[in-house]
Each structure stands twice: as structure tokens, then as C-alpha cells.
Design a binder for this molecule. Structure first.
Ligand SMILES: Cc1ncc(COP(=O)(O)O)c(C=O)c1O
Length: 418
């Protein structure tokens, strides 16, 4: 029994359209991307039916940090399901304890406790619940154009276009422009429970925070009895060359959230991490927040292996080395294509290709696809293409990828007459 390529392409697309999402099927037809996710290995993914191959520089926002079907991860999952299953989310769990302990070991400061979830939105929801429950205050300040998920409270932090169809936003959510200390200072007051930011807001086109922005936010929070939550769902787990992205800014948030890559691309897992002091909130009712599948035991050895690989010094060195290759490559491309390429927004391998106008992102996405690279423009800032290669990519492939970007920029210029 195989799971890939059992039908012809048109049938797969039609069945997807009839039973999963007609809107998505129509969209991809319209933009000329008829790719069906098929075989996958390392940095590559193949079409399920044709021989079309893509270098995955989207990586689902970091899910495939360690590449597709990383052999170490696959082996661990196979062993894990020989012995474990989901476990019971109410009872004491040896594997969750091991994973919580490892998270604490790899987290700076006094961040000793973790609540596990399945997806990022759920873990952000818990971060906000905890901030409100602990501080007994209501206001949550987030960034305009930011993205923390599409579940209840995470959705409430985001832009109106994603939440307006679903009724009034819950009370207390305030957005400020990212990177503006002035706006933050005006928004935070004694009613603020938390300030929540992505360390690098991917959906907003990867604006890189000013070096002292999070320090400023943390000080402001401390002055007002509020908490700083950093969303490390894309920036965590080695993506920026350090285990956690916020390490680049010399701060330790009160709460941080990780997900995506924590699953090794193979078993869903997310985590909300905080101090023992914040954990006291749960003393009164430790069952006030539960998640049946959160931190499922079968996934814990997978996440432990991800953390073990990610924290190897040689792994983080490799990320830095790749980041340098992309930095140099894009500097050369900028000289070659000044009519389109403005800048590479970059923190390690968290990258955004900034172009001259908002038509460029969608057109570059298609051009990259035609040239064998999967990368998607930033939804809330379409002049930027998000660029997240797998962290395990080798130097030769990084250089080949830059060549493919070169060709794609040329094609985009032609298509847009730039
Ligand atoms: C920064 C960030 N936070 C939260 C989320 C939500 O995660 P999930 O889709 O797993 O709910 C995402 C997903 O793209 C994200 O990129």
C-alpha cells in the first residue's frame, strides 16, 4: 500500500475540490500552481504525479527545519509508537516530564515549566489565558500585521480582515505598529496583561526588530505589571542561529511559545513555556486548561530528538554559515536586480526578500515555483517573499537556490515590466 500518486492529477485535484476545499483548488488553478504534495525527503518535495521537484524554502514556517522525513526523527517515531500512544492528558506522564525537563534545560532564565499543545494557535491561546489569569488584567497588546494563529484568543490578536467575519472581537485586544517604541509606550498601561510579539513577524514580511526593542518592551511591561510573551513558533529551534530567536536581543520573555518545527514535521506538538512563579496560577485548579492531544506521549521522543539535534553547537554553526551564504548571495543579487530587489530582511535563516511593490511577492512566488523553489509571499505585506530554507540544507544547495532566485527575479521583472 502506498499513499502517494495513486490517482491521476486531475482526479486528485477534483476530489480535493469536492471534499476538502473548492476555494483552494480554484485559487491554485488560477495562479497556475498545480502541485500536489507528493514524495518528500530532506530539502526537497516532489509532485505526487509528475517529476516536478521543489526546493522547500517555505518549510511551513519552520515545520521542516530538519528537512522532510529526517531519518533520525523517523526512526524515533517508529520506535516510539512500538511502545507508546497518546497517553492520558490528566495523569502523570514520564515522557511529558522528560520533555518538559529538556525544554527547561534549553530555556534561559527561570523558564522552568511547559504546557504542551498540538498547534501554535492553541499554545498562544494558553499564553494569553495565563497572562490574564496571573495578572488579573485584560489588555493584550499585539502588532499590526502580526500573526499568532487562527484560534480564539490568538485570532483576536490579529488583523481585522481575518476576524471580522466571525463577530465582535473579544474585549481588550489592542494593536500597535511593530518596532515603534512610542506607540508601545502609549498602549501599555496598568490594565495591560501582556504584550505579545513574534520575534520576527513573518506574515508582516519579516521586519527585523530594532536591537533594543524587546528590552524596551520588557522594561515597559515590568513597570506596568504586565508580561512579555514572545511567539517563537517560526523563529525558535535554531532558525536564527540561536536556539531561540529572542537570544539575539538579550532578553528573556515571561512566556514564550514554540510549535511548528518542534514536531520534526512528523508529529504535531507545540509548547508554552514560563516560570515556576507563573505556574502558581494553575495551583488552584490544575485542570483549568487541558488538551487531549497536547504533548501526546508518542510525540514526546520526537520533540526530544528535535531539541537534541537543534542544540548541537555544530548544528547552530551550520545555520550561521548558511545564513552568511544567503547574505552574500542576496547582496550580489541586489546589485544585479536593483529594479526589483530592495533588501534581504534577515535574522539567521529567517529571511524576507523585500521587493519594490506589492505585485512582486505573488509574481515571484509563481516564478520561484516555475524555477523549482517553494517560497510564499507574506500575506500582510505582499512586497516581501518569506524565505525559510530547511536548516539542514548544504552549502551547495544554498548556492543553487540563490541561482534559482536570480532567474526568478529576472522572470518577475519581465512579467511586471520592471
Ligand atoms: C508566528 C506564528 N504563530 C502562530 C502560528 C499558528 O500556529 P498553528 O498554525 O500551528 O496554529 C503560526 C502559524 O503559521 C505562526 O507562524
Amino acid at each position: 500500500m502506498h499513499y502517494i500518486g495513486n490517482d491521476v492529477k486531475d482526479n486528485i485535484i477534483n476530489r480535493f475540490s469536492s471534499h476538502v476545499s473548492s476555494g483552494k483548488a480554484d485559487f491554485f488553478k488560477r495562479v497556475g500552481i498545480d502541485f500536489v504534495f507528493g514524495s518528500r525527503q530532506g530539502a526537497y518535495v516532489w509532485d505526487a504525479v509528475s517529476s516536478k521537484r521543489l526546493i522547500n524554502c517555505h518549510c511551513n514556517g519552520g515545520v521542516f527545519n530538519l528537512g522532510h522525513r529526517n531519518p533520525e526523527i523517523v526512526d524515533v517515531l517508529k520506535k516510539s509508537i512500538d511502545e507508546l500512544d497518546i497517553g492520558n492528558h490528566h495523569l502523570i506522564s514520564e515522557m511529558r516530564a522528560c520533555l518538559g525537563e529538556k525544554m527547561a534545560e534549553l530555556s534561559p532564565g527561570d523558564l522552568s515549566h511547559t504546557v504542551f499543545g498540538v498547534g501554535g494557535g492553541e499554545a498562544i491561546d494558553l499564553a494569553i489565558k495565563l497572562a490574564r489569569g496571573y495578572t488579573r488584567k485584560i489588555n493584550i497588546i499585539s502588532a499590526k500585521g502580526g500573526y499568532h494563529g487562527h484560534t480564539g484568543l490568538s485570532l483576536a490578536t490579529g488583523d481585522a480582515q481575518y476576524r471580522d467575519p466571525f463577530g465582535p472581537n473579544p474585549e481588550g485586544f489592542i494593536q500597535v505598529p511593530f518596532n515603534s517604541k512610542e506607540a508601545l509606550e502609549q498602549a501599555v498601561d496598568e490594565n495591560t496583561a501582556a504584550v505579545i510579539f513574534e520575534t520576527v513577524p513573518a506574515t508582516d514580511g519579516m521586519p527585523i526588530p530594532q536591537k533594543d526593542y524587546f528590552r524596551f518592551a520588557l522594561d515597559l511591561c515590568q513597570k506596568n505589571g504586565a508580561l512579555l510573551i514572545l511567539d517563537e513558533i517560526q523563529t525558535g529551534l535554531g532558525r536564527t542561529g540561536t536556539i531561540w530567536g529572542f537570544e539575539n536581543f538579550g532578553v528573556v520573555p515571561d512566556i514564550f511559545v514554540t510549535g511548528k518545527g518542534l514536531s520534526g514535521g512528523i508529529y504535531p506538538m507545540s509548547a508554552t513555556c514560563f516560570s515556576a512563579e507563573l505556574e502558581t496560577f494553575f495551583n488552584k485548579n490544575p485542570f483549568i486548561h487541558i488538551s487531549t492531544f497536547g504533548g501526546a506521549e508518542a510525540g514526546c521522543p520526537v520533540a526530544l530528538t528535535v531539541l537534541e539535534i537543534t542544540s548541537r553547537p555544530e548544528f547552530l554553526d551550520h545555520v550561521q554559515k548558511l545564513a552568511d551564504i544567503f547574505h552574500q548571495g542576496f547582496a550580489a543579487l541586489q546589485k544585479k536586480h536593483p529594479a526589483i530587489l530592495v533588501n534581504l530582511r534577515q535574522l539567521g535563516l529567517m529571511m524576507g526578500i523585500e521587493m519594490v511593490n506589492e505585485h512582486c511577492g505573488p509574481v515571484l512566488t509563481k516564478a520561484l515555483f516555475d524555477n523549482g523553489v517553494l517560497s510564499v509571499y507574506a500575506n500582510n505585506n505582499p512586497k516581501v517573499s518569506q524565505f525559510l530554507p530547511p536548516l539542514i540544507m548544504d552549502s551547495d544547495l544554498a548556492k543553487e537556490t540563490i541561482q534559482r532566485v536570480d532567474k526568478s527575479l529576472e522572470d518577475t521583472k519581465t512579467m511586471l515590466d520592471l
